[in-house]
Design a protein around this ligand. Structure first.
Ligand SMILES: [Zn+2]
Length: 233
């Protein structure tokens, strides 16, 4: 194998390792930043608080009505007990009972409204809960696939790192040093394939001197335009 071909193989391995590593990172982010799940959790929590508040308002009203009924009963008992004989006092009691009855009508209406509000909140809470459950189930299945993919990629990365190490050993140190020094400024592609007499990375067609040099020897020949090491496969 020529040194250039060996370099090209190392480059291919490195590009695959970089690609896999990027995908592993994006899988981690996908699992971590699950917006739909966060939204479903937040909605469920908010619906829970709303229901508790509505429930408390309705219960407070029930207590208020119960207290009013106690008062009504006490006044009625007193009115018909025979203990109150003074007409003025009796009239006051009767007026109080009428006032209590009017107040109770108002509170009953208010309780109806609050109970309906509570039902609405309860319904919403149930919907949020089932949505959260469905989102969690869907995510668990999706994450399972993603985690399997990640595991598979990690295994491949390790295999490719081992292959790369072995491939690098076969390349003369000075040539590999040149390759390495070119990596950063060439987007990890210091070696470019020559196809139809043109460099496939920059697209520039090479002159006959370059073509002849590539065809004649295994020496390193550079692209006239981008300076990459050219290889004819
Ligand atoms: Zn080029």
């Amino acid at each position: 194998m020529s040194d250039v071909l060996a370099l090209y193989r190392v480059q291919q391995l490195e590009l695959e390792i970089i690609g896999h590593t990027k995908r592993i990172k994006s899988i981690d982010q996908l699992i971590e930043n699950d917006e739909a799940l966060r939204e479903a959790e937040a909605a469920f929590e908010a619906a829970g608080t709303e229901f508790e508040d509505a429930d408390k308002r309705a219960k407070d009203m029930e207590f208020e009505i119960a207290a009013l009924q106690d008062k009504q009963q006490a006044s009625e008992t007193l009115l018909y007990s025979g203990e109150v004989e003074n007409p003025k006092e009796m009239q006051d009691l009767q007026m109080e009972l009428e006032s209590l009855a009017r107040r109770k009508d108002v509170l009953d209406d208010e309780l109806k409204r609050l109970a309906s509000e509570r039902n609405g909140c309860q319904q919403n809470l149930k919907e949020c809960e089932s949505n959260l459950k469905a989102t969690r189930t869907a995510r668990a299945a999706e994450n399972k696939e993603l985690l399997e993919e990640k595991e598979n990629l990690a295994t491949q990365v390790n295999e490719k790192l081992t292959k790369r190490k072995a491939a690098v050993k076969k390349i003369p140190a000075d040539i590999f040093k040149t390759y390495n020094s070119m990596r950063a400024k060439n987007s990890n592609r210091p070696v470019s394939v020559l196809k139809d007499d043109a460099c496939t990375v920059c697209g520039i067609e090479q002159n006959s001197m370059v073509i002849t040099a590539i065809n004649r020897s295994d020496d390193i020949v550079r692209c006239q335009s981008c300076g990459r090491i050219l290889i004819k496969l």
